[in-house]
Every structure is written in C-alpha cells, then in structure tokens.
Design a protein around this ligand. Structure first.
Ligand code: AR6
Length: 178
C-alpha cells in the first residue's frame, strides 16, 4: 500500500495538508499533542475552536491550521481507556473514519494522523495500532482521497509497534514489510 506510511516525528511540523489532533470533547485544548498543536498554531486556533461547541467522542471537526504548515487541523476526541469493554475499539475506529471522511469531503489530499488515545487517555498502543490501521486501510481501499495518509509517531518505539502491527496484518510477504 503505497498511499500509507508510518513515520517518526513531531506532527506540529508536518507538511501535510491536514493534521489530526487527539483532542478532548471540549475542543478547548489540553496537554500532549493537543497542547503542542495549539501552541504551534497560535491563539486564533483556540478562538475558532470556541465557536464549534465541542465534539462527541468518536466524531471529528475541522478548523484552519493558522500558524501551522498544515492548512487544516481535524480535531477528534478519542475514547478514554477503561479496560476495553466500554466500546473503546468502536469509538477509536470511529475517530479514524470520521477524520478520513471529513478529509475526503474537503478534498484533502494529504493527511497525517497522530496516535489517538494512546497518551493521556491510556489506550494500550498495540491494541490501538490494530484498530487504527484497520480503520485507515479499510477506508483507503474504498476511497481515492486522501491520496496519502501517514501515522506520525512521536517515538521510534511507538513507530515500531505500528510497523509490527502493519506487517502482521497487511504485508502479504517480506518484500512488503514496513
Ligand atoms: N507529535 C506527534 N505525536 C505526539 C506529539 C507530537 N508533537 N505529542 C504527543 N504525541 P495524547 P490522548 C503522541 O496524550 O491519549 C490532551 O490533554 C503521544 O506520544 O496527546 O488522545 C487532550 O486535550 C501519544 O502516542 O492524546 C485530551 O484531554 C499520542 O500522541 C487528552 O490529552 C496521543 O497522546 C487526549 O489524550
């Protein structure tokens, strides 16, 4: 799948047309990647977020990117991990799908995801990677847009978990491993 890749980096410096923010339901900022995106985008991002009236877990809303290189930010509140029996996998899959649908609707060609819910919200990374990759790959199989999607991991260790998960489920043979 040449439309998808896993990279290590800081999503605030992304050159994609849109980046995904692991937000909370208020959309009014927080710590982790949310704090970093707001700090890099500047106060106009928070001002626009205030007009949105929050967002349900598993859904997504789009704003401009302001001082970011990315033209848009797609904000999605992921589920808080409670052990896995409170609908967390379906909600996490819905976050990825909602972001991809919104990107497609807006004609966005390049989209960078961060690893939603796997920081403050405590979703175990190997489980989250399986859900994330399945949601992304299923969407790309049926939709021409976005043309390019990346998972931007903050650490090499996280990227390795995503790569191993991708290789397990999607590499038909060793020549296709990430
Ligand atoms: N670039 C890419 N990934 C990053 C960056 C970065 N600059 N910084 C952190 N990560 P988290 P959540 C990774 O906690 O678990 C906020 O307060 C990080 O290593 O940012 O969805 C919100 O307002 C982790 O793998 O988001 C919510 O209240 C991933 O991003 C709450 O945290 C997500 O970690 C959301 O928690």
């Amino acid at each position: 799948m040449d439309r998808f890749s896993i990279v290590v980096g800081d999503i605030t410096g992304s050159d994609a047309e849109a980046i995904v923010n692991a937000a909370n339901t208020t959309l009014l900022g927080g710590s982790g990647v949310d704090g970093a995106i707001h700090a890099a985008a500047g106060p106009a991002l928070l001002a626009e977020c205030r007009t949105l009236g929050g967002c349900e877990t598993g859904r997504a809303k789009l704003t401009a990117g302001y001082r970011l290189r990315a033209k848009y930010v797609i904000h999605t509140p992921g589920p808080i991990w409670h052990g896995g029996d409170r609908g967390e996998p379906a909600l996490l899959a819905s976050c990825y799908r909602s972001c991809l649908e919104l990107a497609e609707e807006r004609g966005i060609r390049t989209l960078d995801f961060c690893s939603i819910s796997t920081g403050v919200y405590g979703y175990p990374l190997p489980l989250a990677a399986t859900v994330a990759l399945r949601a992304i790959m299923d969407f790309l199989a049926d939709h021409p847009l976005p043309e390019r999607v990346r998972m931007v991991c903050h650490t090499e260790a996280a990227a390795e978990i995503y790569r191993q998960t991708w290789n397990l489920w999607y590499a038909a043979d060793k020549d296709h491993r990430l």
